[in-house]
Every structure is written in structure tokens, then in C-alpha cells.
Ligand binder design. Structure first.
Ligand SMILES: [Zn+2]
Ligand SMILES: [Zn+2]
Length: 274
């Protein structure tokens, strides 16, 4: 049994998830969740199968608000959105959002997905980074750092998302000093924004990684800088609503964290002990 009893990062059939929103809410309530935040991928003007259709954004908001009414008193439901850097909509009108970078944008306007099929990222590294995986990592972190530092989002989603494809492609050495320094340098200014750093177990559920995003050395530094964390499942299937939460809580304790933050029962955010 985990302590978190919440996830602010879940996807449904409004975007690329498998579970309809009402079924996700019922599963969360049955698990004893205190709160649940829906966070479909915000509308964008490319890769349409991945995000909320622009024409359905109001339907998404209305359905989540109706679930909020239905579960009032048992579990607090929030209307969130996962907003990519290249999304075409404002996060205004949502209770909160997660800031994420999922793509590299090319000068001609097309996009390479960062966490999509490995061969797509590999061809980006070969064609645009001279075959240098570290250069790709540098570009990714620069995009996310600039997004977070300028937008001050409530939550930083999957900070080191590039680990997903690096697990298979080995584009750079994750334990090497150049990569670690680069990641720490990108994370450091984010601590001053007050954003919550997400501990994201989604890639464990899908079999890509064995530890959450971000890597432990980053979580350790975040703690030293006084940053706050939120444990999220990024689940696309209700079976994985709180997958690897207990292990992630234990990891946080081992790094010196005595609390984390979650969506609250009666206030938007609340602290709880680990
Ligand atoms: Zn994401
Ligand atoms: Zn997500």
C-alpha cells in the first residue's frame, strides 16, 4: 500500500489513454485515492492522435467537472492538462498543468517525438546532432529549462524523459560526468520557480525503465536545493494508477525526503508525510 493516494498525471481516451475518464475515476476511488487529477495532452496542431482534439476540449472540461461533482465528499477530482511546449492552447481555465517537452521542432515545422519510436530519435541524432547523443540531450534540457523558467508551471513533467529511448539506444552515458553536469545545470534554475518536480512512474509501468523519472542523483540535488516533489503515475490504463508508488516513496525517503506534495482533498496542493 502506498502513501500517496493520488495522481495528478493520468491520461484517458480523450487523448492517447486506454481507459475512459469515468472508469479511471471509479478505479481511483476504489483504491482509496483522496484526489485525482486528469491531465490529457493539451491540444496541439500536429500529431493529432496523441492529444485532445481541439473541438473536444470543452467536452473534456465538462466531463471532468461532472466527475468532480459525482465524487464530491469521497475523492476530489481536478481538471488538469499536460501542456507540451508546442501545444497551441493556454493552460488558463484548468486547475493546474504539467509542463513537458515531447518533441524537437525542425525549421520546416515538422516535429520529432522524443519518447516515440527509438528509430525516429536516432535519425534526429544522426541528421541534426552530427550523431552526438549528448548534443541531443543538451537541446532537450535547454528547451525544458527555458519553458519552465519562463512559464513557471505548477509541475515539471518527467524531467529526464530522454532516458526512455536512451535505455535502448545508448546515445550517451547516463552515469558520465558530462551528462550529469548538463542535467543538473538545467534543473538548478527550475528550483527557483517553485514548481513541483514530478516523480513519474509511467515508464516503469510500460516496461521501459526500472526507476522513475528523474534519476536519483537529480532528486537528491533537488532536495538539497529545497525543492518539493509530487509522485505521479502518468498512467494511460487504470490498472497502473499507482504502480511503483511504494518503491518511489521508499526511494524518496532514502534520499532524505520526509514529505511530498499531492493534489489535496480540500486545497489544490497538500503535503503528506513519507
Ligand atoms: Zn508526457
Ligand atoms: Zn503524460
Amino acid at each position: 500500500m502506498s502513501l500517496t493516494l493520488s495522481s495528478a498525471h493520468v491520461h484517458t481516451t480523450f487523448c492517447d489513454g486506454k481507459t475512459p475518464a469515468p472508469d479511471m475515476a471509479r478505479a481511483a476511488c476504489e483504491k482509496g485515492f483522496l484526489s485525482l487529477g486528469f491531465s490529457s495532452h493539451a491540444p496541439q496542431d500536429f500529431d493529432p492522435g496523441y492529444c485532445i482534439e481541439p473541438a473536444r476540449e470543452e467536452e473534456y472540461k465538462a466531463l471532468v467537472r461532472s466527475l468532480r461533482e459525482e465524487y464530491a465528499g469521497r475523492m476530489t477530482v481536478y481538471l488538469g492538462v499536460e501542456r507540451d511546449l508546442y501545444s497551441c492552447v493556454s493552460p488558463d481555465g484548468y486547475d493546474y498543468y504539467l509542463a513537458a517537452v515531447h518533441y524537437f521542432r525542425h525549421p520546416d515545422g515538422h516535429h520529432t517525438p522524443i519518447d516515440g519510436r527509438p528509430e525516429k530519435l536516432l535519425s534526429y541524432v544522426d541528421a541534426c546532432c552530427g550523431g552526438d547523443g549528448l548534443e541531443m540531450a543538451r537541446r532537450y534540457f535547454a528547451l525544458l529549462r527555458d519553458y519552465v523558467v519562463s512559464a513557471h508551471p505548477p509541475i515539471i513533467a518527467h524531467f529526464d524523459l530522454i532516458r526512455k529511448n536512451n535505455a535502448a539506444l545508448r546515445l550517451y552515458d547516463e552515469d558520465g560526468e558530462p551528462y550529469r553536469r548538463m542535467a543538473l545545470d538545467a534543473l538548478r534554475p527550475m528550483a527557483d520557480t517553485g514548481a513541483l518536480l514530478e516523480v513519474n512512474t509511467g515508464a516503469i509501468a510500460r516496461g521501459y525503465l526500472t526507476t522513475p523519472y528523474p534519476a536519483p542523483f537529480l532528486l537528491k540535488a533537488w532536495k538539497e536545493w529545497g525543492g518539493e516533489v509530487i509522485v505521479n503515475s502518468d498512467c494511460h490504463d487504470m490498472r497502473y494508477l499507482d504502480t511503483h508508488f511504494a518503491e518511489s516513496e521508499a526511494l524518496l525517503r532514502s534520499l532524505g525526503y520526509d514529505h511530498a506534495v499531492r493534489l489535496g482533498k480540500s486545497t489544490l496542493w497538500e503535503r503528506y508525510s513519507l
